[in-house]
Design a protein around this ligand. Structure first.
Ligand SMILES: Cc1cc2nc3c(=O)[nH]c(=O)nc-3n(C[C@H](O)[C@H](O)[C@H](O)COP(=O)(O)OP(=O)(O)OC[C@H]3O[C@@H](n4cnc5c(N)ncnc54)[C@H](O)[C@@H]3O)c2cc1C
Length: 481
């Protein structure tokens, strides 16, 4: 049999979990590769979520969710510097707006302490208003100083880049279609690009983890998509909303509809939590919009709805076990990082440690002497000082050409994002790496220019450039004429 690739470990799925695992694997002397069915990493649930690096008080004590959240939060403090991750350590508030909820805060505080979350504190209405003046309905709140907001796509890309820099491989447009077993162990992964011979497989396929596990003979869990919808506001609205991360008291199903300002200063409200059958449907609904507006108004009564710039939705991978499913399965050579419903962003670096440790129990892993956990330092053009901007333009004149006016993203940054390891191949891939198209006009101005740059850099016609997935071409031949 001819193999498209031969390797030691295949990671399935290029979300934040798969990329964090690949980075962790790259610390060891073995061949590891990640396959992703879409043209880019970070196109699944990792691209549409609240992006909160939770402190860790929410999950049941002793669960994988709790352990990996608390450890993941601590790891991000270190990774931020090593990988230039965009993280704002804002702290978070859980706000009580009724006497009953004030009692609930106490329960959260006790659980948080049992979970090992540092610095938790119940604060008064006055103290809440000092931190967040628009939370006029608050009676009290629980303050968690170690929480923050992250740039989740940036994290996934950085994890993948760090892994590649250390010899791992990322193959996009490569969907897993089945497995071949020898002596009951998975040894061949069939993909749309060909067969891969391997010693071990890690299933980090997000909402499709159930299907992947079943293909390998592991039917021990199911995954149900649970949709969460959002409304995103223009940066100008932040001052009438919140500075950091503000939760209501949680419900049985979710952490509730929050009001939160992202790493780049846009505030969003959401998400709701509704189970659905489809694993593809990320549409937003008018009922959903009404639900999140009503939820957010309980925290901030005067929402500036005229400043809304977009809506979006993401799908949580809710497992029937209620917890993350991590480690060895009943199929030899097949490991799961599945059911990563939430807090998968906060937990990803710790999930990676757990999964790689589990593999270490079944195969010999030797640490590399020359592993490099740092990525080159980089500052976005719009965050540079005037002197830095001048120098960047002198070094590369493409930095003098602004392509995205809303976010001040230059052609130099877009070209770098395409040429870098695990580079952008689509318009949305450029957006996730540079923020071109994430501002007020949502790509209305820069979209065609980004498309032309992609076509030039990738050596393909403009009408072949994808927005995101296959079939999402933006232009027909007429564009060129
Ligand atoms: C509404 C909402 C709010 C959330 N808020 C937070 C939060 O504030 N903080 C937090 O920590 N977490 C949050 N989460 C959870 C977090 O987003 C997820 O836990 C995390 O993104 C899961 O990452 P993943 O890598 O497991 O999955 P994904 O990002 O979905 O990655 C899985 C990848 O597998 C690929 N794949 C699937 N099938 C195949 C195949 N056959 N072959 C190859 N590749 C395949 C997919 O294309 C996808 O790229 C939230 C989630 C949602 C939906």
């Amino acid at each position: 049999m001819n193999f498209f690739k031969e390797t030691d470990i295949v990671v399935i799925g290029g979300g934040i979990v798969g990329t964090a695992i690949l980075r962790e694997l790259s610390k060891y002397s073995l061949r590891s590769l990640l396959v992703e069915k879409e043209p880019d990493v970070s196109t699944g649930t990792t691209k549409a979520n609240s992006a909160v690096c939770h402190a860790g008080f929410d999950a049941p004590t002793g669960s994988w969710k709790q352990k990996t959240n608390v450890r993941g939060n601590a790891l991000y403090h270190q990774l931020q510097e090593e990988l230039n991750l965009d993280i704002k350590w804002t702290g978070s508030l859980v706000v009580a707006t009724s006497e009953e909820e004030v009692q609930q805060l106490q329960v959260l505080l006790e659980r948080g302490k049992a979970n090992g979350v540092p610095g938790l504190q119940i604060i008064t209405k006055e103290e809440v208003l000092e931190k967040e003046p628009n939370l006029t309905t608050a009676l009290a709140a629980m303050w968690a100083p170690t929480a923050g907001v992250v740039w989740p796509f940036g994290c996934a890309v950085a994890f993948a880049q760090c892994a590649v820099q250390n010899g791992a491989e990322v193959i996009c447009d490569c969907a897993v279609t089945g497995f071949v077993k020898e002596n009951n162990a998975v040894t061949i992964v069939n993909t749309t690009k060909g067969a891969i011979r391997t010693k071990c497989v890690i299933n980090a396929a997000g909402i499709y983890a159930e299907e992947i596990a079943k293909l390998a003979g592991d039917d021990s869990f199911t995954i149900t998509p649970r949709k969460g919808e959002y409304i995103l506001f223009d940066k100008t609205a932040a001052s009438s909303l919140v500075y950091g991360v503000v939760f209501p008291c949680p419900t049985e199903k979710s952490k509730g509809i929050l009001v939160c300002t992202t790493t780049h200063g846009n505030t969003f409200i959401g998400p709701n939590a509704n189970e659905q059958f489809s694993k593809e449907d990320t549409s937003v609904t008018s009922a959903g919009m009404d639900e999140i507006i009503a939820g957010a108004r309980k925290l901030v009564p005067n929402l500036p709805m005229g400043a809304c710039i977009t809506e979006f939705a993401g799908l949580r991978a809710a497992s029937d076990t209620g917890d993350f499913i991590l480690g060895a399965s009943k199929v030899p050579g097949f490991f799961n990082a599945a059911g990563i419903q939430s807090p998968g962003i906060a937990a990803a670096p710790a999930i990676a440690e757990v999964v790689v440790k589990a593999i270490g129990k079944e195969m010999y892993l030797r640490k590399k002497d020359n592993w490099n956990g740092r990525l080159p330092k980089k500052t976005a053009f719009n965050r540079m000082t005037s002197a830095e901007k001048q120098k960047a333009i002198q070094d590369n004149s493409l930095y003098g050409r602004v392509i995205c006016r809303c976010e001040t993203v230059t052609e130099g940054e877009i070209v770098d994002a395409i040429r870098q390891p695990v580079g952008a191949r689509t318009v949305d891939g450029v957006k996730r790496r540079t923020r071109a198209g994430m501002g007020r006009c949502q790509g209305g101005f820069c979209g065609p220019r980004v498309t032309q740059i992609l076509a030039r850099e990738l050596g393909i016609p403009v009408e072949k450039v994808l927005k995101e997935r296959p079939g999402s071409e933006l232009y027909f031949k007429k564009f060129e004429e």
